[in-house]
Structure formats: C-alpha cells, structure tokens
Design a binder for this molecule. Structure first.
Ligand code: ATP
Length: 443
C-alpha cells in the first residue's frame, strides 16, 4: 500500500508540476498573457486540446483552445478588448465571432487565435454524421475528444489553477509519443479522425497505439470514409496540405490506407511530390502542386472525360475553384509537358512548350521526368523556371509605337519574335539593338 500512495503522490506532483509548466509557457504564446489576465477572476476556464498538448511537449501551439462552463461569447469579447489594449488593433486583423447554437466563440488576430468552447458531451446519431451536442460535464468534454493526447485540460485560474485533468492514458501517451483513441467506436463515429491520426503522427512523430492502428485499419476496410461527407474529408485534406511538412502528412495518409480508401482511390509517390516541390519556384503554390501529384494517379481516360472527372472529384471535396483549376491543369498537362520539354531544342522552343502553363504543371513535369533519369525534360524545366522565364526585353510596346509601328496585333507579334531572339542569344542586351531587330522583323 505505501508504494501505491507514493506512486499516486508522485503522479500528483508530476501533474501539478506539468500544469505549472503549461501556465509558465503560456505568456510566451501570442495572446497567452491576455488570456491569463482575462480569466483571472473565473473558476471554470481550462486550456485544452492541442494547446495543452503542445505546451507540455515544449512546442508552440498554432492556436489556444479554451473550455468554459458558460459565457464563451462574453469571454471572447473580454479577450478582444484585452488584445486591442495590448496593440492587436483591428488593422492587425483582430476579429471575433460566436456560434450561438454550439456556444462557441473565437478571437483571431494576425499572430494568433483563441477558440473558446462550452463544455459539452456528444453522441453520434449515425456513423459519420455530425454529432448531437448537449451540455456536458468536464469528463464528458474530455471523452468526446479524438486522441488521449488531445484530452488534457489545465485549470487557468481559481482553485483549479495549474491542475491537470485528463482522460485515462493521456499523460503516459504524451510521454511515449503514442496516439490512442478514447473508445472503440471512435473512428466509426467520426471517420475524419482517421485523417487526423495521419496528420498528428506526421507532425508530432507519434505512433498509433496498437489497438488504435488495428481499429483504424478495420474502419477503413469497412468503408467508414463513405459515411462522412466529402466536404469534411476535403477539409481535413486541406489541413494536411497546409501542415509544415505536408509531404510527411500525405505519406502518413497513404501508409494508413486513407488515400487508397477515397472514392476514387488515390495513390501517392513521395518522390514525385518532393521532386515537384523542389522544382517549384517561390511564386508557385505548393497546395495545388501536391494535390496534382495525387491526381496524376487517377485512371487515365480520354482528355475531356478525365478533366471533368478530376474537377468533379475536387468539387465534391469542396476545394476552392482556383485550387481546383490549378491542380487539375497541372495533373492533366504534366505528362504531355514532359514530352514537349524534352523535345525543345532551343530556349525559344522551350518557351513555346511551356507557354500559358502554370508553374505547378511545369514543376510537376520536371518531377515526373526525374523519376526516369537522365531526365532531359527536368533540366529544361528547371532552366525555364529558374532562369529563362525572368528574361525581360529592353523594349516595350510603346517604344514600337513611337518608332512608327501601327497599333494592333503586329506590336505583340514583334515583341514575341524579339523575345525569341533574345532568349536564343541572337541579340545583346542593348535597347537600340533590340529596337532595330524588332523593327527588322516587320513583314
Ligand atoms: P492543431 O494543433 O492542428 O490546431 P488541435 O489539436 O488544436 O490541432 P483542433 O482541430 O484545433 O486541433 O481542435 C481542437 C481540439 O478539439 C482537439 O485537440 C481535440 O481535442 C478536439 N477535436 C477536434 N476535432 C475533433 C474530432 N473530429 N473528434 C474529436 N475531437 C476533436
């Protein structure tokens, strides 16, 4: 018996030490100091979810999650006022909002965000549906969460200040780097947790606990993803693409079997994705490129039907129109671009081969070609992306008009021909030489 006491005492000491550690680190996070000040008079506020997890791991949370007994919206108002006083004025993007029915509220500003929820319990009327939400006890509120490491709460003020409350196994899982669901039906109730599992395992370097891995595989085999709306799957995919290491998240999603369980199934090549990102210039967009690296795995069909199917798939997942267009174009054009890039014999031909193509399509073509050395298209693509596309003429359309060229399509044609000559090294950089060459190309 003395042993048991000693153990529980040492756990308690460990827990309050951890709670103090969270509170000590909180002011280092944007909005943390204001949060502590505003909740000082309250008894019910706890820091919870990813914020507590990250502070216990000495990581920087992306946002702060707070849970209260009641008054979420009022707390958001007080926080917004405190943040405005501290200089996070509206021109720094200070925003506040509330969801009356769910009794949640948020404050966001340029460097941070605080989400406030009212403690609740949840039940799932059918697998994959949105939960029915009711007021809940602090324990209900822990039990409704996805993984044990996200089910740790720290009292922010009052008699429970610095005290930890957590679901069974939470602290040991956090220490061991383990992701464990809270009950056996978790993935069936909410299959988006399958995508969250992959995202957290990639980001934190945590391993799914054995039974959790088994239940994830069973849920996927049973077609759990089919019970959840494609929009919610799309939302989780977008979060994966926005992770600091999005490729790592996609690798985890592929290994877990999530990508292969989508409708239609996707496969993922890490080499292709990393190659595409490496070739993509800073003014390109990584999300559509990575999405395109997934979409190239879709069944090749005839051009128009394939384009329509690809767009319909992204529409179901509710990707924004601009991402949908860029990703579809990159996925559909990249294979043909490989051939065109490899066939280009001069910089001007290279320009023609990529004309009007988005940067993501060219970068993806480079990565596709690199899968099969010696990869002539990849070096052409890189030369275009890194060097040739930045070449600028010393002469403008206005210069041609001043020199007597008639307004109309001829101006564009001459500038085009001139750029070809400059790219192919047939002319120097002097403005006069370029002007004469353009005028000499008149028909
Ligand atoms: P991040 O660090 O990416 O912000 P987070 O852990 O803070 O991750 P959020 O998506 O902000 O995650 O959600 C906050 C908390 O709400 C989570 O930590 C988790 O406890 C809970 N949660 C979110 N989504 C779910 C879900 N689908 N099922 C159960 N609990 C969830």
């Amino acid at each position: 018996m003395p042993d048991v006491h000693a153990q529980s005492n040492s756990r308690a000491t460990h827990a309050s030490h951890s709670g103090e550690m969270v509170l000590a680190r909180l002011p280092e996070i944007s909005g943390g100091a204001q949060l502590l000040r505003v909740v000082a008079g309250r008894q019910d506020a706890e820091l919870i979810g990813g914020a507590t997890r990250d502070l216990l791991l000495a990581r920087t949370p992306k946002e702060l999650d707070v849970v209260v007994e009641s008054g979420a919206e009022l707390l958001a108002q007080e926080l917004a006022a405190a943040l405005a006083d501290a200089g996070a004025s509206s021109d720094a993007g200070l925003q506040r909002g509330a969801h009356e029915r769910f009794e949640t509220a948020f404050v966001s500003w340029r460097e941070g965000r605080i989400d406030i929820t009212t403690r609740r319990g949840e039940s799932y009327p059918s697998p994959g549906s949105l939960p029915d939400v009711r007021a809940g006890s602090p324990d209900d509120d822990l039990r409704r969460r996805d993984f044990t490491v996200n089910a740790i709460a720290v009292g922010l003020a009052g008699p429970r200040r610095a005290q930890l409350r957590s679901a069974p196994h939470s602290l040991e899982d956090l220490e061991a780097g383990r992701l464990r669901i809270l009950h056996e039906r978790s993935f069936l109730d909410d299959p988006t947790r399958l995508l969250r599992l992959a995202r957290y395992s990639a980001r934190l370097g945590f391993e799914p606990e054995q039974r959790t891995a088994q239940l994830a595989a069973e849920a996927l085999r049973a077609g759990a993803l089919g019970s959840v709306s494609p929009a919610r799957i799309g939302a989780e995919l977008r979060l994966a693409l926005r992770e600091e290491d999005p490729v790592g998240s996609l690798v985890a999603l592929a290994e877990l079997g999530v990508l292969g369980a989508l409708d239609p199934p996707l496969s993922f090549s890490e080499q292709l994705a990393r190659g595409g990102l490496a070739a993509l210039p800073a003014d390109g967009r990584s999300d559509p490129l990575l999405l395109a690296s997934l979409l190239v795995s879709l069944d090749p069909g005839d051009g128009a039907a394939r384009e329509a199917a690809t767009k319909a798939f992204l529409d179901r997942l509710e990707f924004a129109a601009s991402d949908r267009e860029r990703a579809t174009r990159a996925a559909l054009r990249a294979p043909a671009l490989v051939a065109a890039l490899a066939a280009a014999r001069s910089p001007s031909q290279l320009r023609r081969s990529v004309r009007g193509e988005p940067l993501e399509a060219i970068a993806l073509a480079a990565a596709m070609d690199e899968l099969q050395p010696p990869a002539p298209a990849a070096s052409a693509a890189r030369r275009w992306l890194d060097e040739l596309r930045h070449v600028r003429l010393q002469v403008t359309g206005d210069d041609l008009l001043s020199a007597g060229v008639a307004p109309g399509p001829e101006v564009g044609r001459l500038l085009d021909a001139l750029l070809d000559m400059v790219l192919d090294g047939k002319l120097g950089d002097s403005r006069e030489a370029q002007l004469q060459a353009a005028l000499g190309a008149r028909t």
